[in-house]
Design a protein around this ligand. Structure first.
Ligand code: HEC
Length: 468
């Protein structure tokens, strides 16, 4: 007798595994579901990849303020497969956000959230929120300048919420300052709390998909009527239903394999994002920015008129969340076809465009230069006439001060120049001003040689050694 077969039979007899799974695989689904229906299983795949790579990363990551940064350096540069695991985890997160979005758009456009699948949508909205929470909490775990200051910015913004701001800020950072408690808190949230919730909600979500059946591709002029839909759906499945495996699921399998190959390629060819500098509370990061999929939200906060963002930071997620929750409650019947729902199509276009534009804006100029700084006083300049004085005035009128602070006065987009005379000589200063830099415009064609000379003389005077 074949020993494998008898072990298999024993396991099947004691567990009923195949007897349970087979009907799930073979259950009838509507015909012609097509490629638009693969985004859900793609998202699930990416989540599983995140769990596997995340657990692997956790074996070497040390969630303490002293060691987090060095342990990530170790993972990235020394540990076997470390760079690849970090890369997969990073790109997996990005792809997961994209596929959650695509899945949601597909479900919305095809009206699949309508009766009887309202709860499918509602559990999905929760999963969207949890996915973004994973992204935000994960970024802090890098514990570099950028990560730490992103959270500081987030907490500071939240802190300005009327009435409850202080409590929210303290809740986010686990105390009054960002430190050990913050990191422990984000680690627990990222590794235990949110993944646990995601598992629970994916379970509910999938149970509902099986229970209510996969929605059939919408057809013009066939509205959903809760009174008749279920009977019609079951009858349709009996007549023309196809077994889930392989008729529909082969596409899922192709996409799952494709995604895994793509992730491996991204992780090997592009690798994980470079870590920023280790965090130093005495250096204010000029423009902290979150990973790209949260950039649009930071961009809104940066673009809003001063003062209004306090309300926005808490109201916006509330409004977005409540609107998403209301979708299936107020529109659970009627036409499903996008051809008959111009408002639905229009709102998707508007929202996607808006997020795209805001993301670009955030990419370019998250913490814009300050154009209204006061010129330095004669006392701060150390002269009230001559080229040094003239250079100091140019420093303000030519917009340098919008990005550079001197003696604590000016923008923070570029480095502080209070002591630049000790750091750079005349040639280096001239070269920098003429050519600009990564985030600095080139002034070669803007300044006259005389103005350039005065600016350089002024900057050379800015040094502790030069006797202030
Ligand atoms: C839009 C913002 C912005 C403006 C305006 C700007 N800078 Fe800069 N500057 C930067 C940034 C950012 C850097 C850092 C280097 C880089 O990004 O390449 C920098 C670097 C420098 C440096 C080198 C500092 C160092 O420590 O290495 C000097 C000097 C300098 N800027 C002078 C000026 C002067 C003079 C002006 C006005 C004529 C000016 N900058 C206008 C953003 C700006």
């Amino acid at each position: 007798m074949n020993p494998f077969k008898s072990v298999g039979r024993w396991v099947e007899d004691r567990t009923g595994l195949a007897a349970t799974l087979k009907p799930l695989l073979k259950h009838p689904v509507p015909p012609n579901t097509g490629w638009a229906y693969v985004f859900g299983s793609a998202t699930l795949t990416l989540f599983i990849v995140q769990v596997i790579t995340g657990v692997a990363l956790a074996t070497a990551y040390v969630p303490s303020t002293e060691s987090a940064y060095t342990s990530l350096q170790y993972i990235t540069h020394t540990a076997a497969l470390g760079s690849m695991l970090r890369g997969m985890h990073y790109w997996g997160a990005s792809l997961m956000v994209i596929f959650v979005g695509l899945h949601m758009i597909r479900v919305f456009l095809t009206g699949a959230f309508k009766f009887p699948r309202e709860m499918n949508w509602l559990t999905g909205v929760v999963l969207l929120g949890l996915t973004l929470a994973m992204g935000f909490s994960g970024q802090l775990l890098r514990w570099d300048q950028n990560a730490v200051w992103s959270v500081v910015v987030g907490a500071e913004q939240a802190g300005r919420t009327p009435w409850i701001g202080g409590a929210i800020a303290r809740f986010i950072i686990g105390g009054n300052t960002v430190g050990a408690a913050t990191l422990s808190r984000f680690f627990a949230v990222h590794v235990f709390l949110v993944p646990g919730l995601i598992f629970a909600f994916i379970g509910a979500h999938l149970f509902l998909v099986i229970r209510n059946g996969i929605s059939e591709p919408p057809q013009r002029g066939r509205p959903v009527d809760p009174k008749t839909y279920r009977a019609w759906y079951n009858d349709m499945l009996k007549r023309v239903g196809r077994p889930f495996w392989p008729d529909a699921a082969w596409r899922d399998a192709v996409v799952v394999l494709g995604l895994i190959v793509m992730l491996l390629l991204l992780a090997i060819l592009r690798g994980p994002p470079e870590l920023g500098k280790p965090p130093d509370p005495s250096i204010i990061e000029a423009h902290p920015r979150p990973d790209w999929y949260l950039l649009w939200y930071f961009a809104i906060l940066a673009l809003l008129p001063h003062g209004t963002e306090s309300y926005f930071i808490i109201l916006a997620p509330l409004v977005i969340g409540v609107s998403l929750f209301l979708v299936p409650l107020i529109a659970n019947r009627g036409e499903r076809s996008p051809a008959r729902r111009p408002w639905a199509v229009g709102s998707v276009l508007v929202i996607v465009t808006l997020i795209g534009v805001l993301t670009l804006a955030g990419e370019r100029e998250p913490w814009s230069p300050q154009y209204n700084t006061q010129p330095l006083s004669a006392q701060q300049i150390g002269a009230d006439s001559g080229p040094v004085y003239a250079g100091a005035l140019l420093f303000n009128t030519k917009g340098c001060q919008a990005c550079h602070a001197i003696a604590g006065q000016g923008g923070v987009r570029g480095p502080d120049l209070s002591n630049v005379g000790a750091r750079l000589n005349e040639q280096e200063l001239t070269w920098r001003i003429l050519n600009g830099g990564y985030n600095m415009p080139a002034y070669g064609s803007i300044l006259t040689p005389d103005e350039l000379h005065k600016l350089v003389v002024f900057l050379q005077s800015r040094s502790a050694d030069a006797g202030e």
